[in-house]
Design a protein around this ligand. Structure first.
Ligand SMILES: NC(=O)c1ccc[n+]([C@@H]2O[C@H](COP(=O)([O-])OP(=O)(O)OC[C@H]3O[C@@H](n4cnc5c(N)ncnc54)[C@H](OP(=O)(O)O)[C@@H]3O)[C@@H](O)[C@H]2O)c1
Length: 332
């Protein structure tokens, strides 16, 4: 496993990180087995992963509680990242989404952050968070000024409740404003070989400004593992059934992705690895990428994903995979 710095924080974290959205369970992921989630996190830690990303919104605190159990007894060895800004206790903030029977708001107000951080610390069973990230940028009508949010986060850092501050899902002007307001060490955003938009701006910007980059949905929620065949169906309220949100799941596009993956048998043989490991290794090798967040539902998945952290792809193989992905064009 390779380890890379989280920007200027002084913290080193594994290039393959454990994502725990699915760990939160709920209808959106068609449930989850908590005991298996704990085995998955253990397997990840046993295979060199020391970086875990969670959020209060993942299962309304459930993901953080599971992570809390998993890190018990090894707190000092694990880099724990969680988030603030998705709020459902009352109507403060700007309405975002109705999910699992809850109205959820985006709130980056200092007063909701003050409550959120205590809730996260309690659920995680710790007295500090290594990386505390804003989950989504503030929006109208509340639109808390960035300076106010960052000042609140810097106070948490001064108080020792968080070691470093990160952001997620920001545009370049927003990144500039956040970084001007305080010590930001990382940015988290969607990026995969099928979703390469950040290559045009966010990845080079982060590279130039020494921000760690935490890529998410780099496995396209399982599609890039090759295991989601044409016959796999999803329940109506599962995220993966929403083809508008992720059109790659449409049958017509899925067929193309599966054909592309099928063409890489010589590469999985060459590197003695699985498809998912090939895809994670490709993602980790791209310019500006420092950490790849990989969701995992089982210990076997976690072990495989961790194994990708020691695969070095030759530049010509990376180039070939990029070319193949580009040949697919945009999803229909
Ligand atoms: N900041 C944000 O706004 C944001 C948004 C999204 C995600 N994230 C973070 O990024 C993480 C990663 O994103 P994600 O979980 O949505 O998507 P992902 O990592 O692209 O996909 C996760 C899914 O891929 C499948 N999978 C993973 N490893 C596998 C393996 N070795 N073999 C076979 N299947 C495997 C599992 O599917 P099955 O469930 O079918 O087993 C798993 O649930 C999240 O967990 C979360 O921490 C952040």
């Amino acid at each position: 496993m390779q380890y890379k710095p989280l920007g200027a924080s002084g913290i080193e974290a594994s290039v393959v990180a454990a994502g725990t959205w699915v760990t939160g369970g709920g209808a959106a992921w068609n449930g989850v087995d908590d005991e298996e989630s704990l085995r998955a996190l253990d397997a990840a830690f046993d295979h060199g992963v020391n970086f875990v990303d969670t959020a209060p919104a993942y299962g309304w605190g459930h993901s953080e509680e599971i992570v809390g159990k998993a890190i018990k007894g090894k707190r000092d060895k694990i880099v724990v990242a969680t988030k603030c800004g998705m709020w459902w206790e009352d109507a403060r903030g700007s309405f975002h989404i109705h999910l699992d029977g809850k109205d959820t708001y985006i709130s980056l107000r200092p007063d909701t952050i003050a409550v959120e951080v205590e809730n996260s610390l309690r659920r995680l069973g710790t007295d500090y968070i290594d990386l505390y990230q804003t989950h989504w940028p503030a929006k109208e009508p509340e639109n808390t000024p960035i300076e106010d949010t960052v000042a609140a986060l810097m106070q948490l850092k001064d108080a020792g409740k968080v070691r470093a501050i990160g952001v997620c899902n920001l545009s370049i002007p927003q990144l500039e404003a956040y970084c001007a307001a305080g010590d930001i060490v990382s940015d988290q955003f969607r990026y995969s070989m099928l979703y390469r938009e950040p290559e045009a701006d966010v990845l080079p910007w982060c590279d130039a400004h020494n921000l760690a980059t935490l890529t998410y949905m780099s496995l396209e929620q399982g599609l890039l593992t090759g295991k989601i065949g044409l016959d796999r169906t999803f329940k109506e309220d599962e995220f993966r059934s929403n083809e508008d949100w992720n059109p790659w799941f449409k049958q017509v596009n899925r067929r193309k992705v599966l054909a592309m993956l099928d063409g890489w048998k010589d590469l999985t043989e060459k590197y003695a690895c699985t498809l998912v490991q090939l895809v994670i290794a490709w993602t980790a090798a791209q310019s500006g990428v420092t950490h790849v967040l990989c969701g995992m539902r089982t210990a076997e998945q976690a072990k495989q994903n961790a194994g990708a952290g020691s695969i070095d792809l030759a530049p010509e193989d990376c180039a070939r995979m990029r070319e193949d992905a580009m040949t697919l064009g945009d999803p229909e």
